[in-house]
Ligand binder design. Sequence first.
Ligand SMILES: Nc1ncnc2c1ncn2[C@@H]1O[C@H](COP(=O)(O)OP(=O)(O)OP(=O)(O)O)[C@@H](O)[C@H]1O
Ligand SMILES: [Mg+2]
Length: 279
Amino acid sequence: MGQAATVGDAATPRERVSSAPSSDMAISVRGLTKRFGTFTAVDAIDFDVRRGEVFGFLGPNGAGKTTAIRMLTGTIAPTAGSALVLGDDVIAKPEKVKRRIGYMSQKFALFEDMTVDENLRFYAGVYDVSGAEFAARRRYILRMADLEGREDELTANLSVGWKQRLALGAATIHEPELLFLDEPTSGVDPVARRHFWDLLYDLADDGVTLFVTTHYMDEANHCHRLGFMYAGRLIAQGSPTEVRAAYAPDGATAGTLPSIEDVFVHLVTAHRDRQEDGA
Ligand SMILES: Nc1ncnc2c1ncn2[C@@H]1O[C@H](COP(=O)(O)OP(=O)(O)OP(=O)(O)O)[C@@H](O)[C@H]1O
Ligand SMILES: [Mg+2]
C-alpha cells in the first residue's frame, strides 16, 4: 500500500507527545507497561486523550487493549510508567480516579440474576448515588435504555442490545466525566449498534470523554481519534482521516483513501510479517 508499506517509517502517524504527562488531558500516559511474569502485555505506550474527545482504541485480539484499560481504571497496577486520568495519578490515587470515571468492562457489566432495577440500585450503591439524585438518574437511564416498564425483568432475559444499553446506564449512573467502554457493542445487531452510538454521542455532546475499544471499523470512523495497538505496543495514532492518509498510495485523493479496515489489516499483517522475519 504505497510508501507506507514499511511500518514504523516516517509515514506512521505517531503524534508527538511531550515527555511528561499532562494534567490538562483526560488521559495522559507515558511508558505505561504491564508484564505478567515474563510476558509483556502492554509495552511502554505513550498517548494523550483530550477532554471531550471520543478516542477509539483498536487492535487485534490479545493486543493489550483491555489490559491498558484495566490499568487506566485503577483495576490493576502497572509494572512501569505513569498515567494521569482526569489530572490525577491513577497509580497513586486509584480510588479518587474511580469515583470520577465510568467503566463498562468487556467481560462483566451486569448481574444476570438480578433485575434491571436491582442492577441500577447496585451500581448506585457502589458510586454513592442515593435519594432524589438516584430517582432522577434511574428515570433518565430507563428512558435512555428503552427499558421503561421492564424494571422488574431479570437481566438474563434481556437481549444483548438491551443489556448493553442497561450496562451503559449502570456505568454512567454517577455521571462520570470520562467513560471507558471495552467492546460495548460486541454481539449487537447493526441497528442496535447505531442506536448505542447515538447514546454515546449524546454523552459526548454533554462533554463526557469516551475511550472505546471496538472491532467494528464503521465504529472506528465515528471516533475523533484512534490508537492502534499491536502486541502490546501503540503502533499508530491520529484522526481517522490522518491514519487513512498515512497509508494511502501515492497520488490518492480524499475520495480514494484506504478505509480504516484496510489500514487495520495492513498494520497488523505488516507487523506480523516483521515479527516472523525476526526483525
Ligand atoms: N491476568 C493475566 N495473566 C496473564 N496474561 C494475561 C492476563 N491478562 C491478559 N493477559 C494476556 O495479555 C495479552 C493482552 O490481553 P488483553 O486482554 O489486554 O487483549 P485485548 O487487546 O483486550 O484483546 P481482545 O480484543 O481479545 O479483547 C493476552 O495475550 C492475554 O492472554
Ligand atoms: Mg479486550
